[in-house]
Design a protein around this ligand. Structure first.
Ligand SMILES: [Zn+2]
Length: 198
């Protein structure tokens, strides 16, 4: 039971209270213990050091960590003391992520024949100097790929449904499976404004 509570997620904020990560309760307690972070009480935004936090007693029915001599409250949010950067939300250029970005859809005819039947097309063909990257690779069905061959869309008189761009997906914590109610106070405003960098 203790182990289970220790594996629960804790939201990590940087020094400016911008969410940067999700860690485990176990790791959050280590950060607290070695004074790298303090617990944020989502109810009143008060900050607690390890010493202060250990003095608090869990309420009746509240989840807690049973230590040898005392019970600890479970930290849901911690704020790092010395880190003020934002996470680099980098979306890896990979086959899998291109499928995801293009929604398993041929970017020329709109067909969704299934991943087996989709190929990666270089908009500007490699033979004409086209590079492998977010802005030059799209999904194409077999038929469209064959039709386009080693030509640009213009040369093949084919039309791209969308201009291929680097996706800007939500950082890790945004779709963490176990969403803690109190996190919304910290994620809602700050997180939507996070600039996604390369
Ligand atoms: Zn197609």
């Amino acid at each position: 039971m203790v182990a289970k509570v220790l594996q629960r997620p804790t939201l990590v904020l940087n020094r400016n209270w911008q969410p940067v990560n999700v860690t485990t309760v176990a790791r959050a307690l280590v950060l607290l213990w070695n004074e790298s972070a303090r617990v944020v009480d989502p109810a009143d935004y008060q900050l607690y050091t390890w010493e202060d936090w250990a003095k608090l007693r869990p309420g009746n029915g509240e989840d807690c960590i049973q230590a040898v001599r005392f019970k600890l409250r479970v930290p849901e949010v911690v704020a790092l003391s010395g880190y003020d950067r934002l996470p680099v939300a980098h979306v890896t250029f990979s086959r899998r992520n291109i499928f995801k970005r293009d929604h398993y859809t041929c970017q020329y005819c709109g067909a969704q024949p299934g991943s087996e039947e989709l190929t990666l097309d270089h908009v500007l063909p490699r033979s004409q100097g086209g590079v492998s990257g977010w802005e030059n690779c799209v999904l194409a069905c077999m038929a469209c790929n064959k039709r386009k061959a080693d030509r640009t869309p213009e040369q093949a008189r084919m039309h791209l449904r969308r201009k291929p761009v680097r996706p800007t997906w939500k950082p890790l914590y945004a779709d963490h499976e176990l969403r803690i109610e109190s996190w919304s106070k910290f994620i809602s405003e700050a997180y939507w404004n996070v600039t996604l960098r390369e």
